[in-house]
Each structure stands twice: as C-alpha cells, then as structure tokens.
Design a protein around this ligand. Structure first.
Ligand code: AMO
Length: 433
C-alpha cells in the first residue's frame, strides 16, 4: 500500500516517521558519499539527504520516501533521510536562471523573459499567492455584504474612461476596443442586482513604461445602488480593506515574513482630505509644487507620508476631485445650499503607502444630467446609447470603485514594480511569455 503524500509544511507532525514527498529539485549538492536535495513543493522547501543517489538536473520533479528527523539548521527545522528516490519528470536542461538565488531587482528583464520558470522562485510565487488571498478576501467580504458577482464584456465599442489608452481591434470589420474598465456595464448591473462586483483583467494602452502601469491588469471592481453619497462607498471600501488585511494575517504571514513586509492596520475611519487641500498641504509642508489637476506621483508619496506620520495611517482618501480631473459619469458635488457645484465632483482616490490604488465615487444617475455631461465632455451621444438608455429607467443613486490588484499587492509586499505582482505581465515591450 502506497504511503499518502505529505507536504513539506507538515513534516513536524511526522517526526520520526517515514513519509512520501513529491516536488521539484530546488537545489542540490553532491558531496560524493552523501547527496543533498532541497525539495520544493507548494507548501515550502525541505532538505533531503541520502547516499548513492544520482541527482537529476534542478527543477526536475521527484518523489522522495524517507524518515523525518529534527534538524535545527535545515529549513523548517526538519530533514528527510532518503530511503527511496524517484525522478518523476526529469528536466532536460539546466534552468536558465538559478531559482534559489533569484532576488527582486536582480536582472529584472531576465526574470521576466524566463517568467515561466522564474515564477517558481519562493519570493516570486509568494507575491501571487498573496494576491490570490486578496482576491478571495474581496469575494468573501462582498458576498457577505450582499453583492453579486458579474462578468462584463472585454471587447467593447467605446472606451469607458475617455478616449486615451485604448487598444483597438478589428471586430469583423467594425472598430472595437479592449475594455479599459467594466465601468459602464457595472453601472447598468446596479439596475439588476443593486450591489455588484467583478474581478477581471482590463486593458490600457499606456504610453509610458513606469513602475505603476501595466497594459493588462487585474481590476477589482464594485458598484452599489441606493447610496446617499460617495461616503457610503468609502465606508464600504474601508470595511472591505480591513477584512482583506485580516484574511492576510490568517493566511499569508509566511509570505509577508519571506518578503520582509508588514500587513497594515486599517483604521476604523481612514482619513479623508479634499484634493484641493491635499495639494496645498503638499506645497506648504514639503515645498512641492504639484503639476496638473490631480496629484503627481511625488505629491502622492508626500501626502501618504504626512498621514502616516500624523495619523499613523497607511491609507488616505483624497476626495472631491475637480470636474476637470474626472470622467463624464462622475456625479457633481453639492454646495452647502444643496445646489450642484459644476467644478467639484463626488469622485475620490485612495492612496496606500504613497500610491493611488483606487479611483471611485458617486455616479450620475439622472438621465438629463448624464446627457448634459456626455455633451459637455464632447463625446458622441449616439455612440453611448447602449449605456445611456438605462438611465431612463429609474436608476438609483449609486457609486463604486476599482482597486488595481497589482498595485495593492506590490505596495503591501514592498515590490518596486507592478510587473512582479502579475504572473505574465504585459508591458510596452513584452507580449511573451
Ligand atoms: P482608474 O482608471 O483610476 O479608474 O483605475 C482604477 C485603479 O486601477 C489601477 N490602474 C492600473 N494598474 C496598473 N496598470 C495600469 N495601467 C493602471 N491603470 C489604473 C489603479 C487605479 O486606481 N472606472 C474607474 C474606477 C471606478 O470609478 O469605479 C477606473 O477605472 O490602482
């Protein structure tokens, strides 16, 4: 009778017993009379020691049967003394890089060129593991809050976030685009389920190669109806982030330790600051002149530094964006007397450890107001009817947000470039692997 497979992380439960392990040859050393194999499986690595073994090339998959023995210096505190060693699938050549010796920032382009195998590195895979837990936490919390998962088209006839950054494609002779965001569809779906979310890749033909932009990224989107204002959306996001961080504490402590990163505390009430005040603060306190209508990357960094120092928060909501810095669907803010302010919106961003990880806000739900906005933004109303018509049918006040999963993952783990928070990144120069 075959022994059941044991995972390397469970060796402590089998001290003194014979176990059967399967995994990859992470590292190996042949000292003549004795051979060492570091075996890597999904749960970690363990040192196996034997004699008379013919060691296959690194990354071969193997099976080891042997006795578990406490060994304080071995990874995990145990080693396996090999009695049987089988090669399951032999590597046919040495891997193009030494998996155990890879580090972030060491020859990053080479790491990406050989992503199919560099992903096997403990640090590389840790980032993706954490991202998987973030996504799982996103699903779990939102379902608890009455949200329904949706799936919207990624081949679309118009951009949702304005004309820039669109990938064009030929759709049977018609001009089509890859979706920049599920924005317009998730709004429509509020009319169906009231509270919806989507986890899916979106596409941006970003002009520049930066450490924060991908051409394909994972967007964690929500949209919710029957709100009073964008405050309700921020409150939901606050609770969601707290729940996700709680989940990471339960599931991913090892990954954070491996990467030398800490899981942030999410304040019960994440601080908020209106954009105009934020710009002024950065100039007055740090002498940084902010360009454009938004916050530039340096201003985001400084503003985050301010809230980390003064309020101990790694998160800050930047609220009340000017109209000129927001897409057409964004709801105007109200003046004190209840009238609409044409210059300010109910759009917000969320900064985390120095970078924008979210845009969100309240959307226009009134049909006439929406048509005015489409015209004011010089968009073609006839091209928008697949979206705008639904606003004739009782759309409630609603709002939502999107979190860029790679940005959140990278910032959580101290990874310098979002490309390493995606398994197979698409950037300006990269279409493979
Ligand atoms: P926005 O365009 O700000 O808003 O995108 C939302 C979030 O997505 C992430 N992000 C990116 N991540 C990696 N590479 C990129 N090129 C990239 N571009 C954006 C960021 C950003 O905060 N429809 C709105 C969201 C909403 O209001 O619901 C939208 O797409 O983390």
């Amino acid at each position: 009778q075959k022994l059941p497979r044991t995972l390397t992380r469970d060796l402590a439960q089998h001290d003194g017993q014979t176990v059967r392990l399967q995994g990859f040859v992470h590292a190996r050393r042949d000292l003549g009379g004795v051979q060492f194999v570091v075996l890597r499986d999904v749960s970690g690595i363990t040192q196996c020691v034997g004699s008379g073994l013919t060691l296959p090339l690194p990354e071969s998959s193997v099976e080891v049967i042997g006795k578990v023995k406490a060994h304080p210096k071995a990874p995990g505190g145990f080693e396996v003394q090999v009695t049987e060693f089988h090669v399951i699938s032999a590597a046919v050549e040495a891997p193009p890089l030494e998996i155990p010796k890879m580090e972030w920032n060491v020859n990053p382009e080479t790491m990406l060129d050989y992503r199919y195998v560099s992903l096997r590195g403990l640090r590389e895979r840790a980032a993706l593991k954490v991202q998987g837990e973030i996504v799982y936490g996103f699903h779990t919390y939102l379902r608890e809050q009455g949200f329904t998962e949706i799936s919207t088209p990624k081949i679309v006839s118009a951009g949702a976030e304005g004309g820039a950054n669109l990938f064009k494609l030929d759709y049977f002779g018609e001009q089509a685009y890859l979706a920049q965001s599920p924005q317009l569809y998730k709004q429509i779906m509020v009319g169906v389920f009231e509270r919806v979310y989507e986890v899916a890749a979106v596409y941006r033909a970003e002009e520049h190669a930066t450490s924060r932009h991908l051409n394909e990224y994972l967007s964690l989107d929500i949209e919710m109806g029957f709100i009073d204002s964008e405050e309700d959306v921020m409150t939901l996001q606050n609770g969601l982030l707290a729940s996700i961080m709680e989940r990471l504490r339960e599931t991913s402590a090892g990954e954070f330790e491996l990467l030398g990163a800490t899981i942030p505390d999410v304040p019960a009430h994440i601080p908020r600051i209106p954009l105009m005040e934020a710009r002024a603060l950065v100039t007055e306190k740090y002498g940084h002149q902010v360009g454009g209508k938004d916050l530039d990357p340096e201003a985001e960094r400084l503003l985050s530094q301010h809230f980390a120092e003064t309020e101990g928060s790694d998160f800050v909501f930047v609220t009340k964006y000017p109209r000129a810095a927001r897409p057409f669907y964004t709801h105007a803010d109200h003046n004190a007397d209840g009238s609409l302010n044409p210059d300010l919106t109910r759009g917000y961003d969320l900064l985390f450890r120095g970078i924008e990880i979210t845009s969100g806000g309240q959307r226009i739900h009134d049909y006439a107001m929406l048509m005015d906005s489409i015209r004011a933004y010089k968009m073609n109303p006839d091209a928008m009817t697949g979206y705008s018509e639904v606003f004739k049918f009782g759309m409630p006040p609603h709002g939502g947000f999107a979190i860029g999963a790679e940005r959140l993952t990278a910032k959580l783990l101290g990874i310098a470039n979002v490309r390493y928070a995606r398994a197979f990144p698409r950037d300006r120069n990269r279409l493979t692997p």
